[in-house]
Design a protein around this ligand. Structure first.
Ligand code: KG4
Ligand code: ZN
Length: 341
């Protein structure tokens, strides 16, 4: 049994959540900074850390009051302490340490990417079959994992350039559709023709489990603005051409992700697939996943993008094993097992 406060500040969302026994979400408060970063078409680290400072205490207070708890009811304070933007991480980590010390409660540092995988069990009673292939697809990460248990998660492939969510955001900027790009491109893609344009699928060799999305992003740019040095006229971006570009781009992303997941399943003899991160909300990806032929675990929509409930949830597993962190817990920009064995 546990009641854990989770704190999230790895990138541009300030989150606090109270989770009971690692699954039952009692509150999940997220202060989004999208409006602050929109005009820059991406996250500005300095702006993000300043906004975390302003948001963090009210967000934590709201997570407690909306769930009807006091600080004294908590069993532990959990924080996502890696990976992320260093200035953003510092705010969550410092707040968590201060609370843990002043309340004399255990502190539990959690890897944010591992927590994205764990998000599939929140508010549910599912128990994924291990070993599982873990896939984290977000604005900052595109990575494959061999998940032997919730505490044994090994990186087996990652992007060598852009993350898939980043590619969505950049393509959205090219098309003048705003930030973040994922939801709007996904919506347009559903009304477009997926084979209207044949965009490249970068597979990086026959057995590679790594990803590359920058070539795809450039292909969309050249399609829209013309290839440099050639006299291609820029194309007319009307409603239908936007839908077709969105659908064809989405098809290339989904094909690439599915191909790599199939390879990873072969490679690890995985028995199921666990998908987390902002792009796991994508309708094209969700529709394609059953073709893998193994059980698929996806988070409910509220837990796809960055949140603190997944942090508090995974912390419960560590709490049960009494794997507590010291008060010198560091904020670390890279993920655990960032280097393959
Ligand atoms: O997990 P997340 O909130 O933050 C990171 O840790 O990066 O993911 C945000 C990313 C953004 O790039 C956003 O465009 C993308 O997830 N995203 C989507 C969809 N919803 C959000 N991408 C594709 N389809 C969606 N429906
Ligand atoms: Zn994330």
């Amino acid at each position: 049994m546990s009641l854990i406060l989770g704190i999230e500040s790895t990138c541009d969302e300030t989150g606090a959540a109270i989770v009971k026994d690692g699954r039952v979400v009692q509150s999940n408060v997220v202060a989004s900074q999208v409006a602050l970063h929109e005009r820059y078409r991406g996250v500005v680290p300095e702006i993000a850390s300043r906004a975390h400072i302003e948001n963090i205490l009210p967000v934590i207070r709201e997570s407690l009051t909306s769930a009807g708890y006091e600080f004294t009811d908590l069993d532990a304070i959990a924080v996502a302490h890696r990976p992320g933007l260093i200035g953003s991480l510092f705010i969550g980590v410092t707040t968590a340490k201060t609370l843990a010390w002043s309340l004399a409660k255990p502190l539990i540092g959690v890897d944010h990417v591992h927590a994205h995988l764990y998000s599939v069990v929140l508010d549910s009673d599912v128990h994924p079959e291990f070993p599982a292939v873990g896939v984290v697809v977000s604005g900052g990460h595109t990575a494959l994992y061999d998940v032997k248990s919730w505490t044994e998660i090994e990186l087996i492939g990652s992007t060598i350039d852009d993350a898939v969510g980043e590619a969505y955001d950049k393509v959205s900027a090219i098309l003048g559709l705003g930030y973040p790009g994922g939801p709007v491109i996904d919506r347009l893609a559903q009304e477009g023709v997926a084979n209207a344009i044949r965009f490249p699928r970068s597979l990086l060799g026959r057995e590679s489990l790594d990803f590359s999305f920058s070539g795809l992003k450039t292909a969309v740019l050249y399609h829209v603005r013309g290839v440099p040095g050639r006299d291609d006229p820029p194309i007319d971006l009307n409603d239908q051409s936007l839908r077709n570009i969105a659908a064809s781009f989405q098809a290339a992303c989904v094909d690439t992700l599915l191909t790599k997941m199939k390879r990873a399943l072969r490679h690890t003899r995985g028995r199921s697939v666990i998908v987390g991160g902002g792009v796991s909300a994508n309708s094209g990806l969700r529709n394609a996943l059953p073709s893998l032929g193994v059980p698929i675990y996806l988070p409910t929509f509220a837990y796809c993008t960055d949140n603190a409930a997944m942090t508090a949830g995974l912390a419960h597993v560590l709490f049960e094993r009494r794997r507590f962190s010291d008060l010198d817990l560091d904020a670390i920009t890279s993920s655990q097992f960032a280097f393959r064995k």
